[in-house]
Design a binder for this molecule. Structure first.
Ligand SMILES: [Zn+2]
Ligand SMILES: [Zn+2]
Length: 126
C-alpha cells in the first residue's frame, strides 16, 4: 500500500488546480495551503513516485530547471513568461520536424519553449 497518502493527494490536487508545468517550489507553496506540514523532501519523494507511476512527467526548462506536468496530454510546447517567471502549456505543434533539420539529421523528438510575456502580465503592465 502507498504511504503518506494525504501528502500525495495534496500534491495531485495542486497539479489539478494549476494546469501548467510547476517547479518544486511552486508545488511546495501551493501544497502547503492544503497540507501545512509539507516539506521539500516530501515533495521530491512524492514527485518521484508520481513520475514512476506515469502520472507526472519531468520536463527540462532552459532557465528554471526541472518542471513537472501531468502526463497524457499529447505532444505540446511551452511558453515562459519573463515577467512572472511561470511556464504555460501551449496547445498542439506547428513544427514540421522533417523540414526543421538539414539533410542527414534524423530527428527523434523535440521540445520547444517560447519566451515572452503572458496575458496576465501584459494586462498588469498597462
Ligand atoms: Zn506572466
Ligand atoms: Zn512540437
Amino acid at each position: 500500500m502507498r504511504r503518506n497518502t494525504t501528502q500525495r493527494m495534496a500534491i495531485e490536487q495542486v497539479f489539478r488546480q494549476h494546469a501548467r508545468p510547476l517547479g518544486v517550489e511552486e508545488v511546495l507553496t501551493y501544497g502547503r495551503r492544503l497540507v501545512p506540514s509539507l516539506n521539500q523532501a516530501t515533495v521530491y519523494r512524492n514527485l518521484k513516485i508520481l513520475i514512476d507511476d506515469g502520472w507526472l512527467k519531468r520536463i527540462s526548462h532552459p532557465s528554471l530547471g526541472a518542471l513537472y506536468e501531468r502526463t497524457g496530454k499529447g505532444h505540446h510546447h511551452h511558453f515562459h513568461c519573463r515577467v512572472c517567471n511561470r511556464a504555460f502549456e501551449l496547445p498542439g505543434c506547428a513544427l514540421k520536424e522533417e523540414e526543421a533539420a538539414p539533410d542527414g539529421f534524423v530527428v527523434e523528438e523535440h521540445e520547444i519553449f517560447l519566451f515572452g510575456v503572458c496575458p496576465t502580465c501584459m494586462g498588469m503592465a498597462e
